[in-house]
Design a protein around this ligand. Structure first.
Ligand code: SF4
Length: 88
């Protein structure tokens, strides 16, 4: 558990944005940075694909966001198809 006074100065603004409850992307980003011992560069190489935050950990990376959008679209399409398969 993070105590605000233990957060490196560099990440305090990010923490405040995360704790405001209005910026879920920053909350994920902060959590991943904290998880990696405040070594931001290690987040991309996270080796725990079972973590619930894993698919979202690089949300600031535009190419990653594009991949997420396309997988979300695919998931929605698959969901729509499976809903059609369910008898009413
Ligand atoms: S996705 Fe990886 S870096 Fe982010 S919280 Fe989970 S284990 Fe930590």
């Amino acid at each position: 558990m993070t105590r605000p006074r233990d957060i490196p100065r560099k990440y305090r603004k990010l923490y405040e944005r995360a704790m405001s409850g209005r910026h879920p992307r920053d909350a994920i980003r902060f959590q991943c940075i904290e998880c990696m011992g405040y070594q931001e560069g290690l987040v991309e190489g996270c080796t725990d694909p079972h973590c619930a935050l894993y698919p979202y950990r690089m949300s600031r990376d535009s190419s990653y966001r594009a991949r997420i959008r396309s997988s979300d679209a695919e998931r929605r399409k698959n969901g729509a198809e499976s809903m059609q398969a369910v008898p009413a």
